[in-house]
Structure formats: C-alpha cells, structure tokens
Ligand binder design. Sequence first.
Ligand code: C5P
Length: 332
Amino acid sequence: MISTRSFAKINLGLKIGPRRADGFHELRTVYQTLALHDVIRVATQPGSGIEIRCDAARVPCDESNTCYKTAQRVLMVAGSRCKMIIEIEKRLPVQGGMGAASSNAVATMLAMERLLGMQLAATEKLRIAAEVGSDVPLFLIGGTVLGIGRGEEVYPLPDLPRMHVVVVTPPLGVSTPTAFARWDELLAPEAALTASRAAGTMNEFSERVFTWLNDSFPQASAGADPASGVPAWSGDRAETPLLDLVRAGIENDFEGVVFPEYPELREVKEQLLRVGARYASLSGSGSTVYGLFGSEEEARRAAECMATAGHTVVATKTLMRSEYWKAIGAAS
Ligand code: C5P
C-alpha cells in the first residue's frame, strides 16, 4: 500500500471571462497550495476494476469520483491489469473551493506510479490531470501557480514567502457549475461583455500579475529560473509580495455571484477582516473563506476569535513548491 498526502489550494484572485464554445469559461487565477491535506492510500488486489473507499458524506464512490477517473486513465496508459483499491481519508471540506477532489486525483496518480513501479511522462500526467478537471493540473506543480485557459493551463510562479492563513469552512457546499451558470445569468449581461472588452479584462488581470512579478521578483524576470522555488525577493520591503499581489486589485469574481446567494459567507469575510486579516477572500467558488495574516501568532489568535464566534476554522500556512513535493509522500 502507498500513502500520499493531498494538499489544499486557495485562489489568490480569480477573473472569470466569457463562456467558450466548449462550455467552459476562460479564466485567470493565481493558485497557492496550503499545508492542509487529505490522505490517499492505494493498494492492488488480484482481479480487475477500481474500488473507491471513503466514508465522508457527499464523496461519491463511483466512476464520477476524480480518483476513479484518474486511476482508470493511469491503468490504461500503464497497460496494467489488477484491482485498484483507493482509500480517501477526508480532512478537507467537500465542495469547499479548496480543490480537494482535484488534489485527490493527483495524489492518486503519484501513488499509483509508485505502486505500479512506473513513471509517466510529465506531459502525460498533465494531459490526464486536465481531462479529469480544470483544477487538477495545478497540483502537479504546487506552490504558487498561475492558471489560465479554463484553469488547467498552469505555470509555476516564483514561490511566495510564507504567509499565515486562517481558513473558515462554513457548513455548506457550493456547486462550481451552478456558480458559473449564475455568473452567466447575472453578471455577464450586466457587464455587457463584448469579445474585446472581455479580452481586455483578462489581459488586465495578467498584466497585474506580471507587473507584480516584475516588481517583486526582479531577478526572476531578469532570467533566473522561476521554477526553482527560490524566491528572489529581497525581504526588506514593508509588505510581502503576496500582499502586494492581492492589493494589486486581483479579486475573486465568484464573490459577486456567491455572496448574494449565501450572505453568511460575505459576513465571514468581513469578520476575518475585523479580526485582523490583511486580506480575506472566498476561495474558488467557495464555500471556504480565508484570511491572510502577518504572523503565526496573529493567525492563531484570529482563529480563536472565529471559533468562539461559532465557525469551523483552522490556522495554517502556505506551502512552497519544494515543501509541497517533500511533504506529499511523507507518512501521514
Ligand atoms: O473542470 P471541472 O470538472 O472542474 O469543471 C466543472 C464544471 O465547472 C464544468 O463542467 C463547467 O460547467 C464549469 N467550469 C467552467 N469554466 C471553467 C471551469 C469549470 O464553466 N473554467
């Protein structure tokens, strides 16, 4: 049996563009992995087929599970015949906007590689990941990641220095397809998105990210390897590059459709700001709302306040790329 950790992500801004011919929405986002995780265990048995074991409510154990879809594809590429047992130990919220199901898919792929004693080509892994879901490929990179296209086209960004994060998981799941459909109904007509205006908003987001990259990581943009995981950040600035990034005005467009439907989520964001978050936002389409804090101590105290107010909350930290790859296979 092989055990892997399956880490969570948050979105540091998310810009939704128009619906494309394939039904997906063009988007721009910056993903950041966090130190919170599920555990995935894979094992083989004589026979054939894929069995998903998970006792958490709302996790399907059939072919619709992202781990099932991934295992099916990996077995096909490997030409392997055996019964695959995949156990999901759920710690992350389901439909929480933290990419848990997507991360489970990558953890399954990596565990299967080890179990079957084979190594898929990186391009093959990215292809399988993109087929399984738009949010899956980011977990093949980890750390700070730029997502474009439908979110599946991913680029490693220089790792951001550590940030302390308070994550609130309200007891409700938000369906991503429904949130996108609401965006189409409510906001796209209002914004009168002509093709050229939509392209303009998308470009604006990318420009903000690249301006931030230039300002915060001059060495990286001058040719240093941005995938090396070594921040070229001098550290003598008043604010961290992460705060510079979020303050550059990248917001999460999903807030515009999710908050009106679930006002309690807007309230959580406001509470996080009241207890000292430097920045707070919905992650993905929610329901997770996170706050960024300047120190571990500030985050711990804020989490205590939020817990006292009755929220399910955890204080954690961002996970850099090298840490992500080190921790993924560590014993849980
Ligand atoms: O790719 P994934 O399976 O995560 O997408 C789930 C659903 O979310 C899609 O079927 C689509 O309705 C919606 N979606 C979208 N635009 C994206 C990503 C997802 O409309 N960029």
